[in-house]
Design a protein around this ligand. Structure first.
Ligand code: SF4
Length: 762
């Protein structure tokens, strides 16, 4: 945009992990226009309906603008000094009873600051992000397969594939601009086969060439069935496997994430029982369609990209199914060429950047370091200039455990008494909400702090609410699903006293420093978040008015960047991101001083860390020999299945118009008018047999709780008989009261999708 009198600047979209770039038009200190950014590779000027309305998220009528403290059951306004003092005092009094719950919507500097405060400053690893609920199984799948997290390929795979397989994934609604890269190719006359494997028909199915309807949990069997046929028919890529892969399985009574090395022969024996007919029994997908998939993978000429997101991650076998789909690609050699890729997507804009790369998970440290490894802790202590042993050697509580410990009375062993939530809404997203938050007694000593932009299901539970700045009201850096790190600058002021989350973290740290907390000083006695100006003088950024005297984001980013070299996830200097529309790591400096990004990791033609002359090199291989791991995992049934009492499967998820819990999109009237309420999708025959008519309100009742919802028969999504679907965006209809807490054993990610919940209509 040009010549219209507005000031325009770039930013990534605030919503999903696609990471489209927008141009933000500002006039008189207010965002007044949004345009797709034509200079951005990701979206080439296009946005989805959420992206076009993203500017409006700043201007909902009920923005939180001042700190609020609950006194005698009522929220009263207090000033920031008092709010920071209350928090610091609680931490000072009981540092190991404090927990921090964050998000894949934290900017990279915000997540880094929170992580440093906790793990470096407080010797406390009880920090975990909401991404535990959405992509933790993708992380463990990547680690188990390649020894290092995040996709090897990038979005270019969608421009070059011949076949796109969506595994329990609905990108037409959840990552619409990304999916449009495929449909756009079709509209230009290219032939792309889209195979949708799902538990209900969606808008992705509308565009699909083939729809394979599976039973909940059936994906594990399907992947095993493909591998069985590739082996049986000798149609796997022997050369690729021989040179670049090893076989692995979970043989022990108590399986581990690393598993055990197995021979190819042993792999053949174990996979032998997953015949197409057996897979049909387990998955519901006809044996011929399993053969069709195996034939496709057996064809070396076709380029095949697999896409997945929550369908495979929110799964009690999440790590297993992630590893198995990687295994299908590795076994068949559909890996590492543009268009040949197993690729997971993220729901949040910086689940990769802030959670996975910064390492804000309870077991992790920045730079791919692990709490459990003494040498990793020592490395981080050295980087942070902390005394040896400053970092606690025990991993902290993962998300659900953290909330269990917080909502359990102290007398019964609930050892978290103060919980700080930033940029997320666990009062709507945690599984089995009833059990966590309702009818609790003996919690008088517990204290919930929530930093938010709008009132939410979580602020209703809070003792202290902090008004947060959002998106272009602050500087930021995000990292999207394809390893692309994206920077933006503050463009408008936040309302009232709303402040950056990183500022809150640093202000609390400084208060603790002033109170004499030893963890807030490094070995030289300096404040651990000390920010110096160009003259070397400290800038008191923890004071309300000084945060933007220097670019604190740049300062934190440059410090964090040192960690990124530890696991070949190298980032460029901050100023390179100011110029670019994001860069995909690893980014390495060239002899002429420019910085080059990487599109295809582990492939010799593009990855700078692959040794000269090598075609592929899995340089973080868990077997230590440059090989990726092809996993065998036995199919295990879901933890619950429908029965007479609870005869229907429940699947939860999202809709195009609303992003996650609707905190932002529910304030955008065009989107909220388009999708004003959650609903239950139901097959017409199920509705008929229960005597339910279109639009009627029904009670969805599980063993854990209930929700009242209007019925949508033959709606946008079309579940088969025996399955219902409910979106979770609506805070007035909390479907997570019904969902079961059942986890993947390695990622600790709960299953909201399939195989865990049965419901009846009352
Ligand atoms: Fe924003 Fe995602 Fe839509 Fe792109 S696809 S405009 S990132 S919500």
């Amino acid at each position: 945009p040009d010549g219209d009198g507005l000031t325009w600047n770039k930013a990534p979209c605030r919503f999903c992990g696609t990471g489209c770039h927008v141009q933000v038009g500002v006039e008189d200190g207010r965002v007044v226009a949004i345009a797709g950014d034509k200079a951005a590779d990701v979206n080439k000027g296009l946005l989805c309906v959420k992206g076009y309305h993203v500017g409006g998220i700043l201007y909902g009528k009920d923005r939180l603008t001042t700190p609020l403290l609950r006194r005698d059951g009522k929220l009263v306004e207090i000033d920031w000094d008092e709010a920071i003092e209350i928090i610091a005092q609680r931490i000072y009094d009981a540092p190991d009873k404090f927990a921090f719950y964050g998000s894949g919507q934290w900017t990279i500097p915000e997540g880094y600051a929170a992580q440093k405060l906790m793990k470096g400053g407080l010797s406390n690893n009880h920090i975990d992000p909401n991404a535990r609920l959405c992509m933790a199984s993708a992380v463990t799948g990547f680690l188990a397969t390649y020894g290092v997290d995040e996709p090897a390929g990038c979005y270019q795979d969608l421009d070059e594939c011949d076949v796109l397989i969506t595994w329990g994934n609905n990108p037409a609604e959840m990552h619409p601009v990304l999916f449009s890269r495929v449909t756009d190719r079709r509209s230009r006359g290219e032939t792309i086969r889209i195979i949708d494997i799902g538990t209900r028909r969606t808008r992705t199915t509308d565009a699909a060439t083939d729809y394979l309807e599976m039973k909940p949990h059936g994906d594990v069997a399907i992947a095993l069935g493909i591998m069985h046929l590739l082996i049986k028919n000798e149609s796997y890529d022997k050369s690729f496997v021989e040179k670049h892969c090893a076989f692995r399985g979970d043989e022990a009574d108590t399986p581990t994430l690393q598993g055990e090395a197995i021979t190819e022969e042993h792999f053949r024996e174990r996979i032998a029982k997953y015949t197409p007919e057996h897979v049909e029994e387990l998955s519901g997908v006809p044996a011929d369609q399993i053969r069709m998939l195996a034939d496709l993978f057996g064809d070396r000429d076709a380029r095949i990209t697999s896409l997945w997101c929550m369908g495979m991650n929110q799964h009690t076998m999440g790590t297993a199914i992630n590893s198995l789909v990687h295994g299908v690609h590795l076994l068949s050699g559909h890996f590492g060429r543009p268009g040949d890729a197993p690729t997971s997507l993220t729901g949040q804009p910086s689940a990769c950047g802030t959670v996975r790369e910064v390492g804000t998970l309870a077991h992790a440290l920045p730079g791919g370091r692990l709490i459990a490894k003494p040498e990793h802790r020592a490395q981080c202590e050295e980087f942070w200039n902390l005394r040896p042993g400053a970092i606690n050697d025990t991993p902290g509580y993962h998300t659900v455990k953290m909330f269990e410990q917080f909502t359990k009375p102290t007398a019964e062993g609930g050892d978290i008494t103060t919980l700080f939530v930033q940029v997320t809404n666990p009062g709507q997203t945690l599984p089995n909400l009833n059990a966590l938050f309702n009818d609790k007694q003996g919690l008088e000593d517990k204290f919930l702090i929530v930093s938010e932009v709008y009132p939410t299901a979580t602020t209703q539970l809070a003792d202290l609410i902090l008004p947060a700045a959002m998106w272009v009201e602050k500087n930021g850096v995000y990292g999207n699903s394809e390893r692309r790190t994206q920077q933006w600058f503050k463009m408008v002021d936040p309302p009232g006293q709303a402040r950056d989350d990183a500022w809150m973290t640093i202000a609390i740290a400084r208060k603790l420093f002033d109170m004499g907390h030893e963890g807030m000083r490094d070995k030289d006695g300096e404040f651990i978040f000390s920010v110096k100006d160009e003259n070397g003088d400290e800038v008191p950024v923890w004071q309300y008015d000084h945060y933007y005297d220097v670019n604190v984001d740049k300062h934190l980013f440059e410090e964090y960047r040192q960690f990124t070299r530890m696991k070949h996830k190298n980032l460029a200097p901050y100023d390179e991101y100011v110029k670019a529309r994001g860069l995909r790591w690893p980014v390495v400096e060239q002899p002429d001083g420019s910085w080059r990004e990487t599109r295809f990791r582990f492939s010799g033609f593009d990855d700078p860390f692959v040794a000269e002359g090598q075609e592929f090199d899995f340089y973080h291989s868990t077997s230590g020999d440059g090989r990726a791991q092809i996993w065998f995992h036995e199919y295990h049934p879901p933890p619950e299945v429908p029965d007479e009492e609870y005869p229907l499967w429940l699947c939860t998820g999202r809709v195009l118009e609303h992003w996650h819990t609707g905190t932002m999109t529910r304030r955008l009237s065009p989107l909220n008018r388009a999708m004003p309420t959650a609903y239950v999708e139901m097959h017409p025959d199920d509705a008929k047999s229960a005597n339910i008519r279109q639009g009627e309100t029904v009670v969805i009742q599980s063993r854990r709780g209930a929700a009242e919802l209007p019925v949508w028969i033959d709606g946008r999504g079309k579940p088969p008989r025996g399955t219902i679907f409910v979106p979770f965006f609506d805070e007035t209809k909390l479907i997570n009261n019904c969902t079961l807490e059942a986890f993947d054993p390695f990622s600790k990610q709960p299953d909201y999708k399939k195989g865990v919940d049965m419901n009846k209509l009352a």
